[in-house]
Design a protein around this ligand. Structure first.
Ligand code: SF4
Ligand code: SF4
Length: 82
């Protein structure tokens, strides 16, 4: 069935490992690549945040993180299959 918008797509949700994420050291490689603008830097905490409402689980952020980090700091947790 065709979908009318991204709000109907949910393949999973991105989860960040703050231990591995280097956003605090200035990395924001994944932020501008997210097609739904689900990623943002919390400038007060110097942490990357994922909007659970906006994230559709496309995996783009995970792919980008792989290219800039030795250890991937963001991964898509697949949505539960019903
Ligand atoms: S999985 Fe896709 S939609 Fe979700 S934060 Fe990553 S790039 Fe954005
Ligand atoms: S690309 Fe990886 S290390 Fe950089 S901000 Fe995104 S999740 Fe963090």
């Amino acid at each position: 069935m065709p979908v009318s918008g991204v709000d109907q797509v949910r393949m999973g949700t991105a989860e960040i490992s703050h231990r591995l994420c280097t956003a605090g050291q200035g990395c924001h490689a994944c932020v501008s690549k997210c097609p739904t603008n689900a990623l943002a830097l919390d400038v007060a905490l110097l942490r990357l945040l994922v909007s659970r409402e906006a994230c559709v689980g496309c995996g783009m952020c995970e792919m980008i993180c792989k290219t800039v980090n030795d250890r991937v700091a963001i991964r898509v947790i697949p949505a539960r299959q019903w």
